[in-house]
Ligand binder design. Sequence first.
Ligand SMILES: [Zn+2]
Length: 145
Amino acid sequence: MSFPIQKTEAEWRALLAQKGAEPLAFEVTRHAATERPFTGKYEAHWADGSYHCICCGAKLFDSATKFDAGCGWPSFWQAVPGAIVERIDRSHGMVRTETLCARCGAHLGHLFEDGPAPTGLRYCMNSAALDFDADNAARKEADNT
Ligand SMILES: [Zn+2]
């Protein structure tokens, strides 16, 4: 699998540090680590806006598709079309669908088929792989008051 954005590990490490990403971000996105459940900053985060790849900034999810799966990780029932690619992951004695940023190949989490309607999907993500951006509309409203 090849991705439009290619960087060395050292370059990603430097970029994430420069962005102020949390320490786990590099291990999660580049080495497919998983943060502990109920520890991620977006697990119980319900503001309006969009979630972007912490590495390259690509928009991955809209807050309208986020739901409380009770699993301890931020979960979404739909991704932005084309933003995520899937790959079979046979690590840890399980067969799972791994999700990666289509633009830079960052590991994001896994995809399960036990989500709510209308898709029945559950994108189970690591907070450390995501960067939240508040809604433009919400921001405008805040500016006016
Ligand atoms: Zn990316």
